[in-house]
Design a protein around this ligand. Structure first.
Ligand SMILES: Nc1nc2c(ncn2[C@@H]2O[C@H](COP(=O)(O)OP(=O)(O)OP(=O)(O)O)[C@@H](O)[C@H]2O)c(=O)[nH]1
Ligand SMILES: [Mg+2]
Ligand SMILES: [Zn+2]
Length: 322
């Protein structure tokens, strides 16, 4: 990297004003709001804009998101310009609204997706959880499922989902931000990882994060009475460091989560527990709907695969065009 290498803090002290102005730094994007970004570097946090060529290069995807590793030029003690973005190892993305050939990435380089849903209000829909799990898998993320607001009531489905997800290796925690139930368990699955909290609006993502991050005070809101849906209180993505190690990211509630480039043929690959049965389907190109001798459907009917997962698959498949 020659003279443009990132200086360590010793050399940093010796730079004159002009040299400092041209200094390259590596950083982690911790906040994104509109065209503005905050990158955390060894020399502190910098408010940054993007170099135009970055925008040009990534016309088909969001150029810079929270979690990106970036190189920036320092303009002053607090400002910089993002020059380059390292390739993303994982990402959470969906097709852009109205322009489905373009990708909208919400966050990058995260380790796990924390799919938050609520036991009661808004009502629990396994299909919606499973859609998020598929979207996570598309971007290389493992999922954890949170069934929040159990203080408002615990319909039978809650335990059934917990058992079902746990049986296929997806950790599932029943929580209440109101009574504290399950929150220690939640804390323990986050240690040392970068976790993105995602889910419907109003399920309690920001409320749970406020509990985990004392003193942060992320804005939360009442669920609107008419629709019992949330009001999309969170509007930006931000990375917060946990006192116990690791990072968490809040994200705005998504009403519809379209899936990026999944076809009716490839969807089953993202239901990981189906895989061990697929080879036993009578037809090699079985899509596990109404074919005779479908081993996936048999496994669901005999309880080897949670029936709700199979039903989610059928349902999500119907929403995919081809
Ligand atoms: N009873 C009860 N209410 C909760 C719980 N968790 C959150 N709430 C309430 O649910 C409402 C919505 O919570 P938020 O944390 O704003 O939800 P969100 O998922 O961040 O919503 P968006 O930012 O819109 O995506 C608030 O009024 C919270 O106080 C819980 O465990 N029990
Ligand atoms: Mg929120
Ligand atoms: Zn089959």
């Amino acid at each position: 990297m020659g003279s443009k290498a990132t200086p360590d803090s010793d050399t940093d002290q010796t730079l004159s004003g002009d040299e400092r102005a041209n200094e390259f730094l590596t950083g982690l994007v911790i906040r994104a709001y509109g065209k503005h970004f905050v990158a955390r570097t060894k020399s502190g946090d910098f408010r940054c804009l993007l170099r135009v060529n970055i925008k040009r290069k990534s016309k088909t995807d969001t150029p810079v998101v929270v979690g990106d590793d970036v190189h920036l030029t320092r303009l002053s003690d607090t400002e910089g310009v993002i020059e380059r973005v390292e390739p993303r190892k994982t990402a959470f993305f969906r097709p852009q609204k109205g322009r489905s050939s373009l990708r909208q990435t919400l966050a990058a380089n995260i380790d796990q997706l924390v799919v938050v849903s609520s036991c009661w209000e808004p009502p629990l829909k396994p299909r919606f959880i499973d859609r998020f799990i598929v979207a996570g898998d598309l971007g290389g993320l493992e999922s954890v499922v949170i069934l929040n607001k159990v203080d408002l009531g615990k319909p039978d489905i809650v335990e059934k989902l917990r058992e079902g997800y746990e049986s296929i290796g997806i950790p599932t925690i029943i929580t209440s931000a109101e009574t504290g139930e399950g929150l220690e368990k939640l804390r323990s699955v986050l240690v040392g990882k970068k976790s993105l909290f995602a889910g419907h609006s109003g399920v309690g993502k920001s409320t749970l994060l406020n509990y985990l991050l004392p003193g942060i005070n992320i804005k939360t809101a009442e669920v609107s009475e008419n629709s019992s849906r949330g009001k999309h209180t969170t509007t930006r993505v931000e990375l917060h460091e946990l006192p116990t190690g690791g990072f968490v990211l809040d994200s705005p509630g998504l009403k519809v989560l379209s899936l990026w480039k999944v076809s009716q043929k490839t969807l089953a690959q993202h239901f990981l527990e189906f895989e061990q049965y697929m080879a036993n389907c009578r037809f090699r190109d079985c899509v596990h709907v109404s074919e005779p001798d479908c081993a996936v459907r048999d496994a669901a009917e005999s309880g080897k695969i949670p029936l709700f997962r199979y039903q989610s698959y059928i349902h999500i498949r119907e929403t995919i065009e081809s």
